[in-house]
Design a protein around this ligand. Sequence first.
Ligand code: TXA
Ligand code: MG
Length: 332
Amino acid sequence: MQTRIETLQNGLGEAVELIKKGEVVVFPTETVYGLGANAFDPNAVRKIFAAKGRPADNPLIVHIADISWIDRLAVDVSRSAREVIKTFMPGPITVILKRSNLVPDEVTAGLDSVGIRFPIHKAAREFISACGVPLAAPSANTSTKISPTSAEHVFEDMQGKVKLILQGGDCEVGIESTIIDMTSDTPTILRPGAITVDMLAQVLGKVKTFDGRIVVAKAPGMKYRHYAPSCDMVVADSQESAAAEYAGKVADGKKPVILAKQDYIDGIRKLLGKFDFIDLGQSDNDAMRLIYKAMHEAQQSFDYIICQDFGGDGVGASIMNRINKASGGKRV
Ligand code: TXA
Ligand code: MG
């Protein structure tokens, strides 16, 4: 199968046709690129699992472009869930609700809940609207690989496995949506993201946070290793330990690279002089947008990744969630 990247303008008609025929199409969102299929077509949904090599017990998120779909896809939507929906949708959040009979088992992996997401990305909304049905879509990477934040990332990873990738440029948010489970008594964050714990707590009064260790895997995806680059990666406790690790790896004949924000890089320059790094910008929001892109670049040109620690607050905690998984928790 030949894989093509098309702009929305040139590719929209064909993309909609493919969805109607029960095929998969890759589309951009503000978080990461998604691999979409008609959520009501079980055969089409199975093609997503096949293309990704994804375990069948890991449910998919359903993407909508019109809020009125929520009451068709979900039942028993609580007042607090409606509050979250009103405040944060469209945007980088997925809300887990009790599913209606319209949603096939293939999408939810047999669970009685469904994850619903209404992206704010313009091309995503235009595409979903034009399809006329909600789209089931995971991130558009093969299982265990880094999530794609550009059409080119998808091409590299999924070439030959999908026909069409809609071009939407670099994703503005850069990590996957926050997932909040609104089916439990206390709303629970299953995956942190750009909509932070504090933002949700403000709306809900009380949320249970995702602490990095899942004892009962409510989001089955959490038990699989995710977001992993093809080379080793570690998180550094401090600039000193990052510099020492870097020097040690060079001495071992490796080709390491440091991923960090600008002030951190400046600090390391004082310790190492010349060294290879990938700049994650100035703020935690910059770093969130750039982290997957940096990991993609790093695994192409280097063989060992040393990443700074982003601490435990705000979007920093959400970035840490991804890099802890990518590094398998290894620290230096
Ligand atoms: O930003 C995003 O959410 C992106 C873009 C494409 O929208 N999508 C995405 O999908 O990250 P995926 O499949 O890579 O991650 C979805 C996660 C998985 O860990 C899955 O287990 C969990 O959401 N999930 C989906 N439905 C669920 C449900 N009903 N209950 C609990 N977890 C669910
Ligand atoms: Mg994913």
